[in-house]
Structures are given as structure tokens and as C-alpha cells.
Design a protein around this ligand. Structure first.
Ligand SMILES: Nc1ncnc2c1ncn2[C@@H]1O[C@H](COP(=O)(O)OP(=O)(O)O)[C@@H](O)[C@H]1O
Ligand SMILES: [Mg+2]
Length: 270
């Protein structure tokens, strides 16, 4: 069977195709269809880009490692933006909103926010929403979540004098402090037996991250009074305190260690 038609026997010519297109577009119905197809393709592309952006942002919970600190229900709340406005959430969002304003922000909104308060008031969940927001805003920025216990492990490796361990630890620390946004969680939880390691780890982290200048959220279950006492008693290095005093957002009373109240949202104990 001969299916060859007149048109596809002719040699391919862009000029002829363009001329045919111009001719066809004189038909208003055809022109409308072409415009609608172009519109649909544009909308599909935009929807795909938005879906990619959200997938990237949701993936930030895994990449930052904060997933390990959340329940599946917490993760659903964060990705679905279906959380309550807890005091921790309000303070963290306000600080982050201001931070995103760049040069426009008021000088009061410094790069580090310290949020202290009892267990279960929603500190880590608030941090997760900021990590996701950071990824939505900066599609290529790295976001990091570390606990004080991670910094202590890194510090111990650095103190080991085993070249491979030291190199790995330095690299990990480098990646953390070079991130677009960093959360340091559970400071103050370290046991007395890790006091020296904690002192050094905290000092190194503050020193290295401070020079990066990026936004940093510090979360603690310990009261501001306990943390202050640790600086007084040399548990934490007093030099770390003076560095922090230059970079922490102050509360209405001028204090850099925000103490939030609130009840444990985890519900009844077992
Ligand atoms: N903004 C919120 N909206 C609704 N529930 C929350 C919110 N924040 C925390 N919760 C609930 O409280 C629990 C503990 O929150 P979490 O952030 O881990 O507390 P913290 O870090 O202060 O100890 C979560 O697992 C969740 O069930
Ligand atoms: Mg927590």
C-alpha cells in the first residue's frame, strides 16, 4: 500500500512550514486553539516547577536530618503547613520573616535566635517549619540540623588525633557551619561527664558559624537561668557567651536567651 502523500515527499523546509503556519493562523479558530495549547503548556511547566520546589522543600527535612527528631504526624503537619501557632512557632516565624527581609530588616533581628523552654512545647517542630521555608526560599541552599550530642561526637573525633577521623569530623563541621540555615537542638542536655567536650564543641560551633553570618536557631530545654549559670561556672566558655551576646536576638527585656512557657503538647505520659 502506498501511503506516501504529496506533502511528505516534498523536502523539509522551515520557511515553508512558517509560511503555512502564518496562513493557518488567519483562521481565528485555529489561532485560538494554538493560543490555548501554548497556555496549557505554560501552566503545566509552571505546575511542574512548583511541584519540584515543594518536593525539594519537603526533602529538606530529610537532608537536614531533622526528620529523626520528628514523628510521622509531625512531618505531615510541617509539609501540610497544618500546625498550630504555638509561642515557639510564633517567635521562630517572626524572626525568620524578618531575616528574609535582608537589608530591610530592623537591626534588632540579629542572625541567632535562642529559644529555651520545657520539653514538648513545639521547639523542634517550629525549627522544622523554618528548615522547610528556607528550602522553599533558597532552592540550592543547604540546611542543617544538629544536636549538641552530634557536636560532642564531632569534637571527640577531632580530639582523637586519628587523621582519618579528624578529617571526617572537620569536613562534617565545615558542612554544618557553611549551611544557609542551621538549627542546633538540645543544648544543655549533655551530661556532666561530657562537660569538657561540650564546652569545646559549643565554643567551636559558635566561633565557626558566627563568621559565616547566616541565620542560626538554638533550642534548649534548659532555662535561661541554668544556661547563664553554666557560663558563670565555666561549664561553658565565658568567651562563647560574649560572642553570643553580639549575635543573639534580644527579647523585650533585652535578654538574649528567650524563655518560653507552655505546656507539653505531647499529651499524657505513658
Ligand atoms: N505547632 C504545633 N502544632 C501542633 N502540634 C504541635 C506543634 N508543635 C508541637 N506539637 C506537638 O507537640 C509534640 C512535641 O513537639 P516538639 O517540637 O518535639 O517539642 P520540643 O522540641 O519543644 O520538645 C509534637 O510531636 C506535636 O505532637
Ligand atoms: Mg525538641
Amino acid at each position: 500500500m502506498n501511503t506516501t502523500t504529496e506533502s511528505n515527499r516534498r523536502p523539509f523546509s522551515i520557511e515553508r512550514m512558517a509560511a503555512e503556519h502564518v496562513e493557518a493562523m488567519k483562521d481565528p479558530e485555529y489561532a485560538r486553539r494554538v493560543a490555548a495549547e501554548e497556555e496549557a503548556a505554560k501552566a503545566e511547566k509552571a505546575a511542574k516547577a512548583e511541584a519540584d520546589r515543594i518536593e525539594w522543600a519537603d526533602g529538606s527535612l530529610r537532608r537536614s536530618t531533622i526528620r529523626r527528631a520528628l514523628t510521622p504526624r509531625d512531618i505531615a503537619m510541617v509539609t501540610g503547613e497544618a500546625h498550630d501557632a504555638t509561642p515557639a512557632m510564633k517567635l521562630c516565624s517572626q524572626w525568620f520573616d524578618e531575616w528574609l527581609k535582608g537589608d530591610e530588616r530592623d537591626e534588632r533581628w540579629r542572625p541567632w535566635l535562642w529559644v529555651g523552654g520545657g520539653r514538648g512545647i513545639g521547639k523542634t517542630l517550629a525549627a522544622a517549619t523554618l528548615i522547610r521555608r528556607c528550602a522553599l526560599t533558597y532552592p540550592r541552599g543547604r540546611v542543617s540540623y544538629v544536636r549538641m550530642s552530634d557536636l560532642i561526637r564531632i569534637q571527640r573525633a577531632r580530639d582523637s588525633f586519628k587523621t582519618k577521623d579528624v578529617d571526617e569530623a572537620d569536613e562534617m563541621m565545615g558542612e554544618i557551619v557553611e549551611s544557609a540555615f542551621v538549627v542546633l537542638d538540645e543544648i544543655g542536655q549533655e551530661p556532666e561527664t561530657h562537660r569538657e567536650l561540650a564546652r569545646q564543641a559549643f565554643a567551636d560551633f559558635v566561633e565557626a558559624r558566627r563568621s559565616h553570618g547566616g541565620p542560626t536557631l538554638v533550642l534548649s530545654n534548659k532555662s535561661a537561668a541554668t544556661i547563664r549559670e553554666r557560663f558563670r561556672s565555666d561549664w561553658y566558655d565565658p568567651r562563647t557567651e560574649s560572642r553570643l551576646s553580639e549575635i543573639l536576638v534580644r527579647d523585650a527585656n533585652g535578654k538574649g536567651l528567650h524563655d518560653l512557657g507552655g505546656t507539653d503538647l505531647r499529651g499524657e505520659p505513658i
